[in-house]
Design a protein around this ligand. Sequence first.
Ligand code: HEM
Length: 455
Amino acid sequence: MTRSGYDTSVCAAEYEVSPRLCPCLSPHQCRRARSEHAHQHGFQALDVPAGESAPQVPQTEVQTEKGKKENGKELRFHGPPANGVPHLVTEPDTIRHAAVRRVFSPAFSEQSLRKQEPLFQKYAGLMAGCARKNKIVNMTELYDFTTFDIMAEFTFGEPLGMLESNQYSDWVAMVFSAVKILPTMQMIEFYSLSRNLFRLFEPKFVKKMRLDHFNHTVTRVDKRLREGSDQPDLWNFVEESRALSSGEIYANAELFMAAGTETTSSLLTGLTYYLVSYPDKMKILTDEVRGSFSSDEDITFEALSKLEYLNACIREGLRVYPPVPSAIPRKIAEGGNNIMGKWLPAGTRVSVHPTAAYRSPANFRNPDEFIPERWLGDPNYKDDVREAHQPFSVGPRNCLGLNMAWHEMRLLLAKLIFNFDISSDVGPEWRDQDVYVLWHRKPLMCQLEYVRARI
Ligand code: HEM
C-alpha cells in the first residue's frame, strides 16, 4: 500500500491518470510511471481505460475509484481558522491541499525523520530524567510535557520547557481549555443563524483569547524564519519551496502543534493504562525491550522499528484507545456518490466512527480485551477484519505525521520500559472519559521504579 492507502498491486497499466490531477505530471511519461507519480503525490488513479480521455473533474474534486469522487471535508465541523486562512485539514480545494502537502511532506519522510532523531532522543532522555525525580508519576502529564516540548522545537525551533519546569505552560493550558469548547463551537458553526450571531456577538475575551493564542505561533514562527536554522526542521523545506503564503505558514504551524501533540500523548497514556492493567503483556514487552538493548544509546528509531511485540502493543493501543476516537465527517460531493454500494445525494454528511468500528465484535474477536497477539498472527484472531483499523485515516487526507508518530511512540515507550518498572493500582474507572474531539484524559498515576542501577 502507498501512503495514500492505494493498493499498488491493483495499479494496472491499463489505468490512466488524469493529467489534471497533479500539476507536475509530464505528458510523455508512461502510464505506469504517471500512475506511480500520482500515488506519491497523494493522488489516485482514475479508472479510465487507456486510450479514452479522462472525464473533466472540477478543481475541487478528485476521482478516487470506479467513478467515485472524493467527498470533501465537512468544514462546519472544524470551526473558523484564527487568521481566516485554511490549513491542510480545512483546505477545501483539493489541488491547493495537495500543493501545500507536497511542501511539508519531505519533513515527514523517513530520511528526514532520521536526521531529526537527535531532537527526539534529547526529549526522550529529558522525559526519563523527569520521571526519575518522583516515585509516583502522572503519566498523562509526563507524556503531554514530552510531546509538546518535541513538537514546539520541531515547529518553532525552540522548546516550551515543560519537562524542565515540570508544569504546563500557559499557552498549552489554553490549548486544553480551548479543546473543551470545540464541540460547542461545532454546534454554533453548524447552523447559519447561530454562526452569524456568534460572529456578531462573540465575547471580546473569547476573541482576544483566540488571537493571543494565534499570535504566540506567529511570533515564534517569525523568529525562526528570521534567524534561520541549521537543523533539518520543518521550515527548511518551506523556505526552499517559496510556495506558501505567510497566512498558510502560520495556519499550518498551529495545526502541527495541535495534530502532533495530544494525539501521540493520548496513545501513550492509553497504552500505558492497558499495559499496567495487563501485567502479563507488560512482562512480554519488558523482556523484549530489555533483551534487545544494553544501554540507552542502543535505543534508536531503526532498532525499535524491528521490535515485533512493541509494534503490536502500539497497534493494539491504537485500536482500544484510538487518539482520534470520534468521527471526522465528510460531505458527499456534487452530483452524489456511491458509498458501500448505496447512492447518497450531494451534501449528505458521512463518516466512519473509529471507536465503534474498532470495538465491534463484527470486526474484532474479544474487542474489549487488550490482545497485542492479534497483530502477530495468533490463529484465534485470524478472522479479525484488520482493514477496519485505520487510526491515521486513509487517502490523500490521511495523517501526514504517521511515520513521525510511530517513531516517537516507540521511542518514548521503550525508553520508559527500558529504565523503569511501571505499575499502577488504577482501575477500569479510568476508561470512563469524555471525548471533546480527543479524549479528555484523566490523570494516570503510576509507580515508576528506576531499574538501571540494579540491572
Ligand atoms: C498517534 C498519533 C496520531 C494519530 C492517531 C493521528 C491521526 C490523524 C488522523 C485520523 C488524521 C485525519 C484527520 C481528518 O480526516 O481530517 C490526521 C491528519 C493529520 N495529522 Fe495526524 N495523527 C497522529 C499524529 C500526528 C503527528 C505526530 C503529526 C505531526 C505533526 C500529525 C499531523 C497531521 C496532519 C498535518 C494532518 C492533516 C493531513 C492532511 O489533511 O493532509 N499527526 N491525523
